[in-house]
Design a binder for this molecule. Structure first.
Ligand SMILES: [Zn+2]
Length: 252
């Protein structure tokens, strides 16, 4: 076969392969219960799962890494009893993420998402430790953190999910920072299949922007929790984002 035809065939196969793989990228909508009725968290979790949530995003704050406090592993353990089958993504906004790996696994966490900024002295060690427990590994970056710093970690194959914060972590109800989208695109262009999660100010009005950049795990707090019809909001957001991602895969 002439070289140019061989090259063309190879390129075509690669294109078809990457297109098919991109189609495998599933959009998942994960309500954050930060702005839910914290006095009735168990029922709020049940309500979100009954509304069709793909997972629950649980924001743990220690009053040190961020200037706010929420809840820890004893509460997570109680919530696990209320929604035994829900996938729990623990967003650990804590200064010592090494300390809570065991307790959170014991409490029933499915994914342990720590902040790069809190673990930069031993990021690989922490990722390995989480992996060993059987939990999935997430790593998050604050808005001011350059995404380049986590690329070596992503090359390690230890990371299941990258969390790009689209607000300053620590409070719910903040305005979405669209200027974080280039970070999402930068990761998606290098890692076609990794889960990329966005968190902060995301709702039906901007979920398309997130998906266009390449995000497939969509955390949404207020927009879902306070919705008159959370089922419809979740369905709508998932459909919009999946459509954008599928179209993107055809263009590639
Ligand atoms: Zn979060």
């Amino acid at each position: 076969m002439p070289l140019n035809r061989l090259l063309k065939t190879v390129c075509e196969s690669v294109r078809r392969f990457s297109s098919r793989k991109m189609d495998d990228l599933q959009v998942k909508i994960g309500p954050s219960i930060l702005n839910a009725d914290l006095g009735d968290l168990g029922n709020e979790c049940v309500r979100m799962m009954d509304s069709g949530a793909d997972y629950l995003h649980l924001d743990v704050m220690d009053g040190h890494f961020v200037p706010n406090l929420t809840f820890g592993h004893p509460v997570v353990k109680c919530l696990r009893g209320k929604v035994p089958k829900a996938f729990f993504d623990l967003h650990m906004m804590v200064s010592n993420p090494h300390a809570w790996v065991g307790p959170m696994q014991d409490a029933g966490a499915d994914q342990y998402t720590f902040h790069y900024e809190a673990a930069s002295d031993d990021v690989l060690g922490l990722a390995r430790r989480i992996k060993e427990t059987g939990m999935k590994v997430g790593v998050g970056v604050k808005p001011a953190t350059d995404v380049d710093v986590i690329l070596p970690l992503l090359n390690s194959d230890l990371i299941d999910t990258v969390l790009i914060m689209t607000v300053e972590p620590g409070f719910g109800g903040q305005r979405f920072m669209e200027d974080m989208m280039p970070k999402v695109s930068a990761i998606r262009s290098r890692f076609p299949l990794i889960n990329i999660e966005v968190d902060g100010g995301v709702g039906p009005n901007n979920v398309d922007v997130c998906a266009e950049a390449g995000a497939n795990m969509i955390v949404s707090g207020t927009a879902i929790i306070k919705s008159d019809d959370p089922s419809q909001t979740i369905r709508h957001m998932r459909a919009v984002a999946q459509d954008v991602i599928n179209k993107g895969s055809l263009d590639r």
